[in-house]
Design a protein. Structure first.
Ligand SMILES: NC(=O)c1ccc[n+]([C@@H]2O[C@H](COP(=O)([O-])OP(=O)(O)OC[C@H]3O[C@@H](n4cnc5c(N)ncnc54)[C@H](OP(=O)(O)O)[C@@H]3O)[C@@H](O)[C@H]2O)c1
Length: 230
C-alpha cells in the first residue's frame, strides 16, 4: 500500500488530493492546521478512517517538521505533496505591502515547504515522489505574474529553493522532485470563475505524480503533464 503525505489538506486542491489517493487505496497522512474545522476531512475520516491519519500542524511553525515526523513514527513515505499556499496581500504592491504580510507570504509559499521537504527526506522510500504545489505564475520565462507579482515571486522563490536543493542533493537523490502547477482551479484562492474543478485538476496531478515515481526526474510540470519553463 502506498503511503502518501499531503500538507495543506483542509480544503481546496489539498483536500481533493487526499480524496483521490484514498480512492486509489493509499494510506494518507493529511496535514492541516485546524483539522476539526474541515468538514471535508471529517467526511473522509468517516468513509476511510482506517487509511486516513490526520496530523494537526501549522506548517509555518518552527516545530512543524518535528511534529510531523513524530506523528509519522516509523512510517515511510512514497508520495509527499506539499500543497499549502497563500495568496498574500490583496494589493500585491511592493510599495504598500507590510513587512509582516510579505514575511508570511514567503514563509508560507517558499520557506516552509522546503524546510518540511528536507526534514521528510529520510522518510522517503526509494523511487518516491516529492511535489510542491507551485504555479505557472512562478515561471520567470513566461512572466505571467503582472497581476499578482508578490504571489508570483513567492512561487518563483519556491521553485528556486527546490532547484537549489536538487543541485545540493546531486546524484544522491533517489526520488523525483516536482514543482506542480495545478491549473486555474475553483477554490477559495482560485475563485468561482476558474475553468477547472478541483476534481479535474487533481485527476491530472495524480497521473503526473504517479508517472514520476521511480524516474528521479526534477521538473516544473502542469496538471496535464506539460513541462513548464523555470
Ligand atoms: N487555485 C488555483 O487556481 C491555484 C493555481 C495555482 C497554484 N495554486 C496553489 O495550489 C495550492 C492549493 O491552493 P488552493 O487553491 O487549494 O487554495 P485554498 O483553497 O486557499 O487552500 C489553501 C490550503 O493551504 C492551507 N494552508 C495555508 N497556510 C497553511 C499553514 N501555515 N499551515 C497549514 N496549512 C496551511 C490552508 O489551510 P487552512 O484551511 O487552515 O487555511 C488550505 O488547506 C496553493 O499552494 C496555491 O498557491 C492554486
Amino acid at each position: 500500500m502506498l503511503n502518501v503525505l499531503i500538507a495543506g489538506a483542509s480544503r481546496g486542491i489539498g483536500l481533493g488530493l487526499v480524496r483521490a489517493w484514498l480512492e486509489r487505496g493509499a494510506r494518507v497522512f493529511a496535514v492541516a492546521r485546524n483539522p476539526a474545522a474541515s468538514a471535508g476531512l471529517a467526511a473522509l475520516l468517516a468513509e476511510h478512517g482506517a487509511r486516513l491519519q490526520v496530523i494537526a500542524c501549522d506548517l509555518n511553525a518552527q516545530a512543524a517538521a518535528a511534529d510531523i515526523l513524530a506523528a509519522l513514527g516509523e512510517q515511510r513515505l512514497d508520495r509527499v505533496l506539499l500543497n499549502a499556499g497563500v495568496y498574500g496581500p490583496a494589493a500585491q504592491d511592493v510599495s504598500s505591502a507590510g513587512e509582516a504580510e510579505i514575511g508570511h507570504l514567503f514563509l508560507s509559499n517558499a520557506i516552509a515547504p522546503l524546510r518540511l521537504a528536507r526534514a521528510l527526506r529520510p522518510q522517503l522510500n526509494a523511487g518516491a515522489v516529492l511535489g510542491c504545489t507551485s504555479s505557472v505564475m512562478a515561471s520567470l520565462q513566461l512572466s505571467l505574474g503582472a497581476q499578482m507579482p508578490l504571489y508570483a515571486a513567492s512561487k518563483a522563490a519556491l521553485n528556486s529553493l527546490l532547484l537549489s536543493w536538487a543541485v545540493q542533493l546531486g546524484e544522491s537523490r533517489d526520488f523525483s522532485l516536482l514543482a506542480l502547477h495545478p491549473g486555474w482551479v475553483q477554490t477559495d484562492m482560485g475563485g468561482a470563475q476558474a475553468p477547472l474543478t478541483v476534481e479535474q485538476s487533481v485527476a491530472g496531478l495524480v497521473v503526473v505524480v504517479e508517472a514520476a515515481a521511480g524516474t528521479r526526474e526534477c521538473r516544473f510540470v502542469d496538471y496535464q503533464g506539460e513541462t513548464l519553463p523555470w
